[in-house]
Design a protein around this ligand. Structure first.
Ligand SMILES: Cc1cc2nc3c(=O)[nH]c(=O)nc-3n(C[C@H](O)[C@H](O)[C@H](O)COP(=O)(O)O)c2cc1C
Length: 364
């Protein structure tokens, strides 16, 4: 009999190592890889590794509340499971396994439109807080069908991912000759996706503007200019993301662009962020910089690969422990007390890469 996960995994590093042992080389490369030189992947980490803390002491931190709210609902941590397409190649049950972990631990799930099972079955798998993410690969009627189905199945918001005008060259997959089982589906709508513009955003907001309409999230905002345009279109959530460095290579780190976006639009829209967030300290940094929620992409996939839904729950428990320790050592008892005053720029101490958050690992 295997030891319980609470004994098998005392650290996130052990979860990452288990995920690597469990996954065949193709799905492993797909999960951890990025575009071309993987410079954006590294910059995501570099941006986080270049922020230090300014802790305050001798404050009563005997009671810490690390919960938050997400679309006005309470969540156990200010994190969400970011959308992951092809999750079914990483864990049995795919998005349904992620849904179960999301419900059991108590953080929201953003469900990808290119993931199995479909949105109905994923919703039926657990009573969790869920958002639906669409790659817009069809006309208005096609999109509206997804909106209706999302609404009918208890999704709380609708998300367009917009940093996919072209599918990038993921060299780990190319060199490993990993042919994604869902590749044909992805190619089908590629031309449509390349033609997207703010017109589709305007159309969504014009059409879905009732009291019970799903709020709109635009995922893949990487500049303050686009954040401002999104807000002018009435978008409720600006989701700062470079797709985990999987799309445009040589972008800036997500945490590096976050502050100016928060400054420009933070009072008019919620700002969410993802890209390289792996540890409790990373989450605390994002919230101190003004993000409302932090997406976990690879960490979510790694937890699932390490031990299915239970593995992801265990990863989230360790993350929560790290968050609470960080808050206490900073001298705050809740996220509401945080602000940029708890942070300072500092040179990164390691050359960053996708795994620099896990220094004890043998480099994959
Ligand atoms: C294996 C994998 C598949 C992904 N599929 C999607 C997707 O279907 N839709 C989407 O909007 N983003 C997708 N992303 C991007 C994530 O939602 C998120 O932006 C990114 O992973 C965050 O960076 P991180 O992995 O460093 O946490 C995917 C990421 C990974 C790792």
């Amino acid at each position: 009999m295997n030891a319980p996960l609470t004994e098998q995994f005392l650290t996130l590093q052990e979860i990452v190592a288990a995920a690597q042992r469990n996954l065949p080389p193709g799905p492993w490369s797909y999960l951890v890889g990025g575009a071309e030189t993987e410079t954006t992947v590294k910059r995501n980490r570099h941006a986080l590794d270049s922020i230090a803390f300014r802790p305050r002491v001798l404050r009563d931190v005997s009671r810490i509340d690390s919960s938050s709210t997400f679309l006005n609902q309470k969540t156990r941590l200010p994190v969400m499971l970011a959308p992951i397409g092809g999750l079914e190649s990483i864990v049995d049950g795919g998005a349904a396994a992620a849904a179960r972990a999301s419900a059991e631990f108590g953080v929201p799930q953003v469900v990808s439109s290119v993931c199995q099972p479909g949105l109905e079955q994923t919703a039926a798998a657990a009573r969790n807080l869920r958002v639906f993410q669409l790659y817009v690969r069809g006309d208005d009627a096609w999109t509206d069908d997804f909106v209706q189905r999302a609404q009918d199945n208890g999704y709380r918001a609708f998300c367009f991912t917009v940093d996919v005008a072209a599918y990038s060259r993921r060299e780990r997959d190319l060199v490993g000759r990993y042919v994604k089982p869902w590749r044909a589906r992805a190619i089908e709508g590629a031309a449509f996706q390349a033609g997207l513009s703010w017109d589709q955003v305007k159309r969504y907001k014009d059409k879905h503007n009732g009291k019970h309409s799903l709020p709109l999230i635009i995922k893949g905002i990487a500049t303050v200019e686009d954040a401002e345009i999104a807000v002018q279109h009435g978008v409720e959530v600006v989701y700062v993301s470079n797709h985990g460095g999987r799309q445009l290579d040589h972008g800036l780190g997500a945490a590096a662009v976050l502050p100016e976006i928060v400054k420009a639009v933070g009072k008019k829209a919620e700002v969410w962020v993802d890209g390289g967030f792996m540890r409790g300290t990373d989450i605390v940094k994002a919230i101190a910089l003004g993000a409302k929620a932090v997406g976990l992409g690879r960490l979510c996939g790694l937890g699932l690969a390490a031990g299915g839904a239970a593995g992801l729950v265990r990863a989230l428990e360790i993350l929560e422990d790290e968050v609470r320790i960080c808050l206490g050592l900073l001298g705050v008892t809740s996220f509401a007390e945080l602000g940029p005053g708890y942070l300072a720029p500092a040179p990164a101490v390691n050359l960053p890469d996708a795994f620099s958050a896990f220094p004890l690992l043998t480099r994959p």
